[in-house]
Design a protein around this ligand. Structure first.
Ligand code: GLU
Length: 528
């Protein structure tokens, strides 16, 4: 510990008078009145670009852990990195939370007693805690400039030492009040650094909920708590203040934070606060196309990393969540295969089983989940999902397809009445509409490559009757085939291609019945 600063100096160093004492903050944010097992979880995305699939994954886990323990799930926007903030990013986060039905119990737009839920609006909390630390000599103002820190870093690198401000490199650790005043009089704005009392030769132990007993060296670095440029907190300090005063009981976050855990535990212990439990979740990886190595999904180069893409491309939200849930909750897929009513909300997530190694993301596997999911839907739900998607994200053609709901319903009803043989060719709402586009004359493209058996088509035209039942219809096709000495399948194929332009479609009889007499005749005439 060093000498604490006087109140007046603290005000000058922070640029404002701290608003609260720690006791006042404790009263403002009381312990939550929840049962002992209830988990208070949160996701804390930074609005620095699009929403990463990893954030959706974290949201789902945090919501699930709160839901299954009758706890609370919070969304906190970590917007303290003003330099990296991207306009509109918060809206995307809120939009994804809503669209994937991962609505927080507390958060921006949802309110709550532990807010504000934007870190940029919690300056009073951070400054009040920083004032306490400055007064106790557990933190100090540091006037090192960016250039000076670069020089220090270079020297450390050349000598092969750990980089950072610690020990002898921490130039301003012991500044006197007079020296601090003279820097301030000079117009310099300090950052506030931790006065670290850690010693890297000492060990810190932690029993991670997933990884078991972890051992770290103590943290020696005088890390920045409050930045000089905007006087907002660093991640470490915000984590300390927010997860304490928001009464988070379980911090579940990406594994990239594991290496800072010693620091975070040190901060909680220094404050005399009970630290939350931690889970460090493995990243979602992919196989790099070039190197064939597994690597983290990259925000910059991998479209799969962008959560909004799944909404725009019309993946069923449930399918995306099923896929992600199967990564984190072992045995989910098997259980779902046994009991179709199994879903992520009624299948427990066992913390101890959360994987510690990265899962490989595969679009094919996601598509499998999507097909399985769509296959379980009733026609009405399918139609509604497709329409909702097309209204929000669809193009002109998609909008045409949803204009007549009755027609769309009959199109999508084909082969959905036999529970044993539900078609599995629908993957996304978008692709569903593309798959059935030939039902709309404007979107139908006749197949000009196919060499049609014109006699067969002509004969069919002469005998076609909309009121024929399926057997009669088939008997006529058989008769045509006999008269032309070809297989009935060939006649049917000619009709199929004439109707749809394709050689592969669901039940032809049903297609013709959805078309109606005129369209059947027109399509045949078109290719003749
Ligand atoms: N803003 C941090 C991130 O996006 C949050 C980490 C955490 O959950 O504590 O990585």
């Amino acid at each position: 510990m060093r000498n604490g600063l006087s109140r007046d100096l603290i005000v000058r160093v922070l640029g404002e008078a701290p608003k609260y004492t720690l006791d006042e903050l404790e009263i403002m944010f009381p312990l939550r009145n929840l049962s002992e097992d209830a988990l208070v979880t949160r996701v804390a995305p930074s609005p620095t670009g699009f929403m990463h699939l990893g954030t959706l994954y974290q949201m789902m886990i945090a919501k699930k852990l709160a839901q299954q323990s009758n706890g609370v799930f919070m969304l906190r926007i970590e917007d303290t990195d003003t330099k990296r903030e991207v306009a509109g990013a918060v809206e995307v986060i809120l939009k994804c939370a809503k669209s994937f039905n991962l609505i927080p119990d507390e958060g921006p737009e949802y309110g709550g007693k532990y807010g504000p839920y934007y870190q940029s609006q919690r300056k009073d909390v951070y400054h009040s805690v920083a004032a306490f630390l400055l007064e106790k000599g557990l933190a100090y103002p540091c006037f090192l400039t960016a250039e000076e820190m670069d020089t220090i870093r270079e020297k450390q690198k050349t000598a092969g030492w750990a980089t950072g401000i610690y020990g002898e490199w921490a130039r301003d650790r012991e500044l006197t009040e007079e020296e601090i005043i003279s820097h301030l009089d000079n117009g310099e704005v300090p950052s506030i650094r931790l006065y670290s009392m850690g010693n890297k030769n000492n060990k810190i132990y932690y029993n991670d909920k997933v990884r078991g007993r972890l051992i770290f060296p103590e943290n020696e670095e005088d890390i920045v708590l409050i930045k000089s440029n905007d006087r907002l907190p660093t991640y470490h300090f915000a984590h300390l203040c927010d997860d304490h005063f928001m009464r988070t009981t379980l911090v579940q976050r990406g594994e990239e934070w594991l290496s800072s855990l010693n620091l975070h535990l040190q901060l909680f212990r220094m404050m005399g606060w009970k630290n939350p439990e931690y889970i460090h979740v493995a990243t979602i990886n992919k196989l790099d196309e070039q190197t064939h190595n597994s690597r983290k999904l990259s925000k910059r180069t991998d479209p799969e990393a962008n959560t909004m893409q799944y909404l725009i491309n019309g993946f069923p939200q449930e399918a995306v969540l099923n896929y992600l849930y199967n990564i984190v909750a072992a045995g989910y897929e098997e259980e779902k295969a046994k009991k179709s009513e199994t879903n992520i909300w009624n299948y427990p997530l066992r913390i101890k089983k959360i994987p510690t190694s990265s899962a490989l993301f595969s679009t094919e596997k996601l598509e499998w989940w999507a097909k399985e999911y769509i296959a379980t839907l009733s026609v009405d739900v399918l139609v509604k999902s497709v329409v909702d998607w097309a209204e929000e994200y669809g193009n002109e053609n998609n909008k045409k397809q949803i204009a007549n709901i009755d027609y769309l319903t009959s199109v999508l009803s084909i082969e959905r009445d036999n529970p044993k043989r539900i078609r599995k060719d629908f993957i996304t709402w978008k692709q569903t509409l593309e798959e059935v586009a030939y039902f709309w004359d404007d979107l139908f493209v006749a197949n000009k490559e196919y060499s049609y058996n014109k006699d067969a088509l002509n004969l069919f035209l002469n005998t076609w009757d909309f009121n024929d039942d399926k057997d009669t219809w088939w008997a006529k096709i058989v008769k045509i085939s006999e008269s032309l000495c070809v297989k009935p399948g060939e006649v049917a194929m000619n009709l199929r291609v004439a109707m749809s332009g394709r050689t592969n479609t669901p039940d032809l009889y049903s297609i013709m019945h959805v078309f109606g007499t005129d369209r059947v005749i027109e399509r045949i005439k078109l290719v003749l």
